[in-house]
Every structure is written in structure tokens, then in C-alpha cells.
Design a protein around this ligand. Structure first.
Ligand code: NAP
Length: 441
């Protein structure tokens, strides 16, 4: 159907919404849809009507007119009076098929599903473009925080060089608590589970998979290139110790799980780096003050300079805010004609492996308390072409420690240096290796 024909058909007609999933986020979306019909009608320019809500378990008690519930999401998506499908089931299937079928039928889709967008954005965007439909996913990265729309629209005329942020609330809660209390990772993880900040299976969060999905989405839209979750270098926080946090403090730093997306020129070729790892950042860096379950994203672009986005990165109501914002946009487009911006991957930049990315390292080791150890360790760094920025010697006897902070060098050379140091007779144990971010040198 042409846009004009669609508009003519839509004129005076309500916009029909199907919500798939009524869990943490879906419940809040449905509540707002029911309670704010008048505001939504004024903002959209037509009545917004909830046609149905798909769930898995129809027997569960829910705060909704039960006639709206179905356990058949496919039939709901296929209804003629559904114009916009809001996918809040999560995971790859059946979400992927449901979204594809909705788009192929010309319906607009809103999703909060980062795992899906990080793996299948290409096919989903192509289906949206081919069928003249909107595909919005603001809630997939950093919950309530507007970051997708600023990148795709507000900064559409600028060139983004770097997007770095704290985009996983669970790991940020754990690292903040370890920093504040001096407690160990395992104890804080248990407490985070009890308080509802960590899931029963925390793997996706603590191993960095969730942050990697978000890095893939951010890198793709920031650099107009396709980056998938499997392109993202990833390390989680499971190896971080209370000792790491304490040692970081001595360098006036804290430890954060960072998602970093950069446009780099390596050997004259422009490339994208997307990576997730726990890193030391100085206390005076804007991301160092982002604590607890909060998220923040810092965007650096050629003309705008540095922009920071901060707020609640998860939770039913905050995430619903982003979903509803997308829904209003898609509904307005139905009423007024036109579509939101399509995905742009024209730059087609290759993704560079972590080995080629220049990083700074912080290496803490237990050493033999004898003359010449510092010189031997320094020589090993020099052998690998890695220059040292700062050294701290602590303790004596069995407690002799050496902490080295390096200047930038290819990650390949930094990690090779660490491997070589681990083999040295005078080094008893390398007990902490972290990258250092947020500094210029
Ligand atoms: P959730 O609480 O687990 O809810 C999932 C919902 O989907 C449930 O209502 C479930 O039904 C329903 N469902 C599951 N499989 C289904 C199927 N085959 N057919 C029909 N319904 C099905 O998930 P959530 O936390 O709301 O998250 C939803 C999405 O938002 C995910 O993509 C997530 O990554 C994203 N997100 C969540 C947050 C957050 O803070 N929670 C933040 C940002 C993004 P039952 O109720 O019957 O089990």
C-alpha cells in the first residue's frame, strides 16, 4: 500500500496496539496504555487502542481485562486491526519470527529486545524498509535513557567518534558495592540477587553478554556500520576481586564494566572497535560517579563534542517510558504518514580485533623481595615495546608488590608482556590485570 493510501485508510481510525509479553516491562506499558488514553490520543492525533496482550501463562493473575489476554501471539500480530506491535517477550525465538511477520504485514514494531537487535538487526531492518514500517528499539539500550534517538536523529549530521558507557545495571551495582564496602564479588552477587538487582542466572550480566549486545547496537548506529554481538570483544566481572578495587583506589581510580565503541584509523584504514571489559577509570571521569544500578553513556562527536546521557537503565517503569515514546512516534507516523529514519549501514566499516586496539594496562604483581626486580620487570615491558607511565612498589618480604601502569600500546603487546612477566622467576604471582580507560596518555 502506498503511504497516501495508508494515510487515507488511517484517517479517523484508531491506532491498534498489540503488546507481546506482560512481564516487568509489558505490565507497565499496558498500565500506561490503559490509564493515559486521553493524553495518548492528544499526542498521537488518534485514539490508541490496546487490541490484546500475549502472554505464556493465561492462568496467572494480572491487572488487566482478561478478555484482552491471549497465549497465541501470532494470531494477535496477524489481526487486521493491529497497526503497531510492541514486542516485550525477550530472547530470539519466538520474538524474531513474530517481529518479522508483523513487519512483513506492514505493521510497525517496537522492541526492547537487545539480544535480538544485536544479532538480527540486518534482517529486521530490511523487512521494515521493504514494507514501509517503523522499527524502533530505544529501550534495548540503557532502559529509560534516550540514546538511540539522539544518535540516529539528533546527531545525524555529526560524526560520532566514540560511545562509551555503563550499560548494565547489575554489574554496576556489584562493582559499586564492592568499591564502597570492600566486600568480595561472590558476597555482593548474592546480595544483588536477594535485592532483585541480579537474575537467578546472572551469566548474561556478569559475563558481559548483555553489555556486548548493547555495544553492538550502539556501534552500529553510531558509525553507520553493521556490528553484531559476536563482533564485540567481551570480558565479564567474575574475576574482579576486592583487592582489585582497593588497589584501584590507590591510583585514584575505580573499576567499571565499560562498553566502548570507537571509530579508529589503523594503518590508514578506518575501522570500528567494539569492546566490553572491566576497566580502571579515574575518580574524576564522568562515568566514575555513576553508581548502583544507574547507567550512563558518553558520546563524543566531531562537532557536538562530549555529550553525557544518564539515568535508570532498567526496571519496568523506566523501560516502559522508552517503549511508550517509541510507540507514540510509530502511532503518529501512522496518522500523519511518513516513517522514522531507516537503518543506515552505508559506511560499512570493518570491525577491528582487540589485539590491534591501543589500550593502557594496569598490572599488579607479587614479587620476590630482592634487588633488581623492578629493572627486570621494566625490561620485559620495554622488550615488547610497551612504555611504563607509573610504578608503585609496596610492602616488603613476602608482601612485596609491584604495580605498573603503562602508556598506550597495541593490546597484543600489552597482553604478551603480561604473559612474559608471569613466567619470570622473580615474579611470584600476577594478581591483577586490568585496562585503564578515561585518560589521555
Ligand atoms: P519478563 O518479565 O520475563 O516478561 C516476559 C513476558 O513475555 C512474560 O509476560 C511472558 O509470559 C511472556 N512470554 C514469554 N514467552 C512467551 C511466548 N512464547 N508467547 C507469549 N508470551 C510470552 O521480561 P521483561 O523483563 O519484561 O523484559 C522484556 C524485554 O524487555 C526483554 O527483551 C528485555 O531484554 C527487555 N528489557 C527489560 C528491561 C528490564 O528492566 N526488565 C530493561 C530493558 C530492556 P508469562 O508472564 O506468562 O510468563
Amino acid at each position: 500500500m502506498t503511504e497516501q493510501a495508508e494515510m487515507a485508510e488511517q484517517a479517523g481510525r484508531p491506532v491498534g496496539i498489540a503488546v507481546l509479553g506482560m512481564g516487568n516491562v509489558g505490565t507497565e506499558v499496558v498500565r500506561n496504555l490503559v490509564e493515559k488514553t486521553n493524553d495518548l490520543r492528544s499526542r498521537v492525533g488518534a485514539t490508541v487502542e490496546l487490541r490484546g496482550v500475549a502472554v505464556r501463562d493465561l492462568a496467572r493473575a494480572r491487572d488487566i481485562d482478561s478478555s484482552l489476554l491471549t497465549d497465541d501471539p501470532q494470531s494477535l500480530v496477524g489481526r487486521d486491526d493491529v497497526d503497531v506491535v510492541v514486542e516485550l517477550i525477550g530472547g530470539i525465538e519466538p520474538a524474531r519470527t513474530l517481529i518479522l511477520n508483523a513487519l512483513k504485514a506492514g505493521k510497525s514494531v517496537i522492541t526492547a529486545n537487545k539480544a535480538l537487535m544485536a544479532a538480527h538487526a540486518g534482517a529486521l531492518s530490511a523487512a521494515a524498509a521493504a514494507n514501509h514500517a517503523d522499527l524502533y528499539f530505544e529501550a534495548a539500550v540503557a532502559g529509560a535513557i534516550p540514546v538511540i534517538r539522539p544518535l540516529t536523529q539528533s546527531l545525524a549530521g555529526d560524526s560520532v567518534n566514540r560511545v562509551a558507557g555503563i550499560v548494565n545495571g547489575t554489574t554496576n551495582y556489584i562493582l559499586s558495592a564492592m568499591d564502597e564496602t570492600g566486600a568480595d564479588y561472590a558476597d555482593v552477587l548474592t546480595e544483588a540477587g536477594e535485592l532483585g538487582y541480579a537474575e537467578a542466572d546472572p551469566t548474561a550480566d556478569v559475563e558481559g553478554y548483555d553489555a556486548a549486545s548493547k555495544a553492538a547496537i550502539l556501534a552500529s548506529i553510531a558509525f553507520h556500520s553493521r556490528v553484531t554481538a559476536s563482533d564485540v570483544y567481551r570480558e565479564g566481572i567474575t574475576e574482579i576481586t576486592a583487592e582489585d578495587l582497593q588497589a584501584a583506589k590507590k591510583f585514584d581510580c575505580t573499576v567499571k564494566l565499560l562498553s566502548i565503541c570507537e571509530r579508529l584509523t589503523i594503518d590508514g584504514v578506518e575501522k570500528v572497535s567494539a569492546r566490553v571489559y572491566p576497566a580502571l577509570i579515574p575518580h574524576d571521569h564522568p562515568l566514575a560517579t555513576v553508581n548502583g544500578a544507574f547507567n550512563a553513556v558518553v558520546v563524543e562527536s566531531e562537532n557536538a563534542g562530549r555529550l553525557m546521557f544518564y539515568g535508570q537503565g532498567a526496571g519496568g517503569a523506566p523501560t516502559a517510558s522508552a517503549v511508550l515514546g517509541d510507540m507514540v512516534m510509530a502511532a503518529r507516523n501512522r496518522v500523519n504518514g511518513g516513517r522514522g529514519p531507516l537503518e543506515s549501514t552505508y559506511a560499512n566499516l570493518p570491525v577491528t580485533p582487540i589485539d590491534d586496539v591501543e589500550t593502557r594496562y594496569y598490572v599488579a604483581m607479587k614479587v620476590a623481595d630482592k634487588a633488581g626486580v623492578l629493572e627486570q620487570v621494566a625490561a620485559e615491558f620495554a622488550n615488547h615495546g610497551v612504555s611504563i607511565s607509573a610504578v608503585r612498589q609496596e610492602g616488603a618480604g613476602e608482601n612485596a608488590r609491584l604495580i605498573v601502569v603503562t602508556h598506550r600500546a597495541p593490546d597484543r603487546d600489552q597482553s604478551a608482556t603480561v604473559r612474559a612477566i608471569e613466567e619470570m622467576d622473580s615474579v611470584i604471582k600476577v594478581y591483577s590485570v586490568l585496562r585503564l580507560e578515561g585518560t589521555d596518555d
